[in-house]
Design a protein around this ligand. Sequence first.
Ligand code: AMP
Length: 133
Amino acid sequence: MATLFEKIRDGEIPSVKIYEDDVCFAILDINPVNKGHALVISKDPVPIFTEIDKGKLDQMIAVARRLDEKMRLSLKADGTNIMINNGPASGQEVPHLHIHVIPRFEKDGKTPIFSKEKYAEGEMDEMGDLLRL
Ligand code: AMP
């Protein structure tokens, strides 16, 4: 079954499109964290970012970077959140790779996206050993 973003890609569902190339397109999120919240969406309907060709991912990241610059200029954004919900466990609602680019403003009143944990004694070093590349 086609994903929501394939239907948007193919024009079956309307969107406000702000960019398109051979690899990806960008639209405004219908429920923005702040107005101007954009999604850079892969044309390939892969669910997570390890499943897309690395060159294509690089191209999507370059588009997210351009949108960051545009939001600072055109919206006078003070910063951005650039994030990928990568798989259902991360809160991903649409199983089709997309990068959120969210304009942020000093004192915009949005709650932090994540609540944070504390490591027990020694646990951070163990985690470092598990994840060191
Ligand atoms: P995620 O939770 O990372 O999968 O994000 C999916 C995003 O798609 C959410 O932020 C939704 O607000 C957004 N969304 C859902 N339906 C539409 C739509 N028809 N047009 C634009 N954005 C949408």
